[in-house]
Ligand binder design. Structure first.
Ligand code: AMP
Length: 381
């Protein structure tokens, strides 16, 4: 985008404004702050700017009040110091040079997730230049990330996306050994797939959350009511045969998934049918932290436990502090991982923070990101 002359043109920028919102209040505006710089750059170049983003996972084809971008439009307005109307109808979406508007949640529109050509063409007709600036959504071929780039007169990368791609590429070109990959969190099926690839790259793999629970089940222990993926126990077994994945030696369990649930320390042999494993225990935390301390390269995506509840956050905290204290080069990515890093105040100790979760993991595996690939195709003519 920085290389184009934008004066007098309408620029449609795909940002990632998928911020956590609780009761209509934005919990963290980090993603909005990051996008503001791109929007201001286009405005000061003399463009009229339309911004679009998704928010959460609403049902497609209808408006859902819980997923409106209205709070984001309001925050953008405060940060930019100018009016930011929220446009729910694509038909009337127009902006004058120097002004900006936000399109309502693109996931309300039929065809967004299916990457329909019809919707992509409607987006493309709104603008002279399409700017893809949302790294965290670049692994998805949706109408607002990929389709629109096929049809817009000009399609290019925005500064946030460019910076992220360059930084990750530099970091991963020749990673120093030993590498420790840490994969935790709740999205078990997508992340198990990643482990296959990481098993060939990393000397050690640490798993946490629902992924760890699936490995615990694969080792023959009962996991009670814990989050895990019973259908993928076989896959976990195959990965564990390829690379050594240390199982927790102690875990913190509860009976209910609740902020006031008391955390009880147990060994894997003592898990009862109504227990939920929600964190690793202190001995496991120490062992995982020692692995991280000795690593030359650390890749981290996903918490070790339900860190939103303090009593189930100790494993994540101890590991996070070890990563921050390690002399190795560390890269962390993903919304929840960044939230944990923020919670434990260790931002300064991480060498590179990626905004992407899924996109970060796909990049790490060397997969091409569809929304980036289409820009490269367009640039190649
Ligand atoms: P992800 O989006 O895959 O990075 O998952 C992050 C979420 O996983 C966080 O909200 C955690 O609370 C949740 N999580 C981590 N460990 C567990 C666990 N053992 N059981 C249930 N949820 C977990």
């Amino acid at each position: 985008m920085s290389e184009l002359s934008l004066a007098g043109l309408t620029v449609l920028i795909r940002e990632d404004l998928n911020v956590p919102i609780s009761d209509g209040t934005i919990v963290s505006d980090a993603r909005i702050l990051a996008a503001v710089a791109t929007i201001e750059q286009a405005l000061s170049a003399g463009a009229g700017v339309l911004v679009m983003s998704h928010l959460g996972r609403p049902g497609e084809g209808k408006f859902e009040a819980g997923y409106t971008l209205a709070p984001v439009a309001k925050r953008l307005q405060e940060l930019l110091g100018k009016d930011v109307p929220l446009l729910s109808d694509l038909n009337g979406a127009k902006v004058k040079p120097g002004s900006v508007a936000l399109l309502e949640n693109v996931r309300f529109l039929t065809g967004e997730k299916a990457n329909s050509d019809e919707l992509a063409q409607r987006f493309a007709r709104l603008c002279d230049v399409f700017v893809m600036d949302a790294f965290a959504t670049a692994h998805r071929a949706h109408a607002s990330t990929h389709g629109v780039a096929k049809f817009a007169g000009v399609a290019c990368a925005g500064p946030l996306l460019s910076r992220e791609l360059v930084a990750l590429e530099q970091a991963l070109r020749q990673p120093a050994a030993p590498m420790v990959a840490i994969v935790g969190g709740a999205k078990v099926s997508t992340k198990l797939e990643v482990l296959h690839v990481l098993a060939d790259m990393a000397e050690h793999i640490i798993v946490g959350g629902g992924i760890a629970n699936t490995f615990i089940a694969a080792a023959g222990y009962s996991v009670g009511q814990s989050l895990y993926e019973p259908d993928l126990v076989g896959v976990a077994r195959a990965i564990a045969a390829k690379v050594e994945i240390p199982l927790p030696v102690d875990v913190m369990v509860g009976k209910r998934f609740a902020a006031d649930e008391i955390a009880v320390l147990k060994t894997l042999e003592d898990i009862e049918p109504d227990d939920m494993i929600m964190d690793v225990g202190p001995e496991t935390g120490r062992r995982f932290a020692a692995l991280a301390m000795d690593a030359a390269t650390i890749l981290w995506n996903g918490p070790l436990g339900v860190f939103e509840f303090d009593q189930f956050g100790e494993g994540t905290r101890v590991l996070a502090e070890a990563i921050a204290a390690s002399d190795g080069f560390s890269i962390a990515g993903g919304g929840d991982t960044l939230a944990a890093i923020e919670k434990y105040g260790i931002q300064k100790g991480i060498s590179y923070l990626s905004t992407g979760g899924g996109a970060f993991l796909e990049f790490v595996q060397g997969k091409s990101l569809p929304a980036v690939a289409i820009l490269e195709e367009r640039a190649a003519g």
